[in-house]
Design a protein. Structure first.
Length: 238
């Protein structure tokens, strides 16, 4: 996004002044003190943003394509505004990663529609529950009769709930390296020992679909026949 935008002086992307200017537009649209008063008498408050409000809601650097993506997906100004408002839920977007995670008492949800290629090749990573691949209809978050939606399964939320974040480990994931970069003698790539792949934490139907994709790839390389996860499950049920 930085390459395609130009800003009037003195705004600069590098010093955060663009992010502050964008956030200040909120002050032109509504009065924050009035919002705070209204929030105090509301039982259910949902806020929205396109961009990511917290660093905890984006995968770590080693998973990203490109690795500097976290510098262009949100801002501290957005985080501070949400922390002042203290909504029950904040819905965000931009990064195409499914999330349902609570941070500092606020529930954060991202239910990305994603691109056709992302839905086909990485459904468990973009999915939030059955959305968008298994069930392509709006993702429910709150209703007057039923209240808040039950917690949705997502690969990233479940992965970090189990393992936590390790931002000090910057070795690039091999699949990211192959897709985006050229290996050099000083290049460091690899997985963290003892951890399951992230896609295995995704919703079951997405995992079965992607497991079949891996089996097909192995079969094409080795010439050996591999039984799909879906067919194996079907055989067990008979």
């Amino acid at each position: 996004d930085y390459w395609l935008t130009k800003w009037p002086s003195p705004l600069q992307v590098s010093d955060g002044s663009v992010a502050r200017a964008i956030d200040d537009i909120n002050n032109e649209l509504f009065d924050m003190s009035e919002l705070m008063q209204r929030r105090s008498v509301c039982d259910a408050v949902i806020s929205f943003s396109h961009f990511v409000p917290r660093i905890e809601l984006i995968p770590e650097k080693r998973y990203l394509m490109p690795s500097c993506l976290s510098k262009a997906v949100g801002s501290n100004y957005l985080m501070e505004r949400i922390e002042r408002l203290r909504p029950d839920m904040h819905v965000f977007g931009h990064t195409h990663f499914g999330y349902d995670m609570e941070v500092d008492g606020i529930r954060y949800i991202q239910a990305p529609l994603a691109t056709p290629n992302e839905r086909a090749g990485g459904g468990s990573i973009v999915a939030l529950g059955d959305f968008p691949v298994i069930e392509a209809k709006p993702c429910f978050v709150w209703g007057t009769a039923t209240g808040w939606a039950p917690k949705y399964r997502s690969s990233w939320s479940c992965y970090y709930a189990r393992y936590g974040r390790s931002p000090h480990i910057t070795d690039t994931i091999p699949s990211v390296l192959c897709a985006m970069y050229k290996a050099t003698p000083s290049c460091r790539a690899g997985w963290i020992a003892g951890r399951m792949p992230i896609w295995l934490f995704g919703p079951l139907q997405h995992r079965l679909f992607e497991a079949d994709m891996v089996l097909q790839e192995v079969s094409s390389v080795t010439g050996l026949k591999a039984r799909s996860a879906a067919s194996a499950d079907s055989q067990k049920s008979k």
